[in-house]
Design a protein around this ligand. Sequence first.
Ligand code: XMP
Length: 511
Amino acid sequence: MQHDKVLIVDFGSQYTQLIARRVRELNIYSEIHPFNKIPTNVDDYKAVILSGSPMSVRSDEAFHPDLKGIRGEKPMLAVCYGAQYLAHFSGGEVAESNTREYGRANLSFVQENEPFLTGISVGSQVWMSHSDTIKKLPTNGKLLASTHDVENAAYKIEGETTYAIQFHPEVYHSTDGKQLLENFLVQISNVTPDWTPNAFVEETVDALKAQLGNDKVVLGLSGGVDSSVAAMLLHKAIGKNLYCIFVNNGLLRKNEFTSVLEQYEGMGLNVKGVDASARFLDALAGLSDPEKKRKAIGRVFIEVFDDEAHQIQDVTWLAQGTIYPDVIESVSATGGPSATIKSHHNVGGLPDFMKLKIVEPLKALFKDEVRRVGASMGMDKNLLGRHPFPGPGLAIRILGDITAEKVRILQEVDAVFIDGLRSWDLYDKVWQAGAILLPVNSVGVMGDERTYEKVVALRAVESTDGMTADWVDLPYKFLQKVSNDIINKVKGVNRVVYDISSKPPATIEWE
Ligand code: XMP
């Protein structure tokens, strides 16, 4: 079954992904494409949204999209830069703003009997984020809404199905933003909102069956949400022809290898657990530099995985749990992430010598959608709600070199912290949590004895995608209890500290 699709033209705004998410929350499938790589098959899209941008339309380098086949021919909603773009280059005027136009504002005028604004009224809160302002509407522009500081907050172009708004409907602070998107997409553009997790599962399974036939597929499970949901989809499509490999690198959480393996078996997956802990620890011996540690782990993983994959006769596909943000990052309007800060993440993956074809059943989904798809297949809530955990695992939470004893200490500390979060009902309120073993000893006193033992840091952050993060204000009582438990139960640790740095300027992991 074909679903209506929405095209989001990206001008590099920090909020572009949010637009796609909000649209998808309406059960409407949307795709982001950079303004300079708009797909040629625009007819496949039922409506178009132009995003915001850090760029000014008054700049010599202003971004110029090619709107052939779109402007005046399809319903189009222009947000922020998009709205200014239409004004500036179509008979209106944009100038530098002399009042601050950032943050919350309230609508002071709303055009009545305008379908685009159904359910939206004077007083409705909107989120502004711009330094230019629209002084004069473009030719045939008709004012639809204003705020106290921004007269031209929303307009339409008469004779076209073109709407423009200066504020950001995709940001939660625009309290009626979702309603506005629904007005535009469902009421005005006649998009059918039928892109549900169940529909996704059904169609993906059918497509995988057609694509893979009787071929064999190998997939590396990590215990994380993405690889687990990818495995479940493939399992539904091809059953025993999916060969899952779950490698224990010895740097997982305490008891994780056995408990997750059991869970996978319980799901009916054809999974092989490979305990390669010793091989990883050997490769890491004496390495202290974070990037060298990551590379060593990456290399051994590929070796182990490749050995295992070779034991499966006639395997021709490699499945990966790549998700949509990984895909759009690599083609973004502004050329992807600004700098490589850490050589991380599961990219760069396939070693040449494996020569397998790639299948990526989740590559159209955001993380929260992956969870919803998993839930619609009846997967366990605990598995779907797990915090992200880095591929190199505890290796990048043991600062400096790694030994089996350090891994043991950190696994114990981490288990006390994570179990504590669960029993205090805090686990699901935190995006990611873990403990870090510091490469220093500190003096302590236990009984009458002086101790000289390890210091551990606890880290808990809130985030939506890991790109930015804030430390979580965990209750003091909880921290007190966890700290006591750690020092009393974990031999070798005599001090616990709590990390109160946000990202940026810090990162989530310490290495
Ligand atoms: P940072 O430390 O860069 O982390 O703020 C952002 C998110 O990425 C995870 N992370 C990794 N994941 N391999 C991974 O698979 C890595 O080498 C790696 N380093 C960081 C981190 O746990 C957080 O969720």
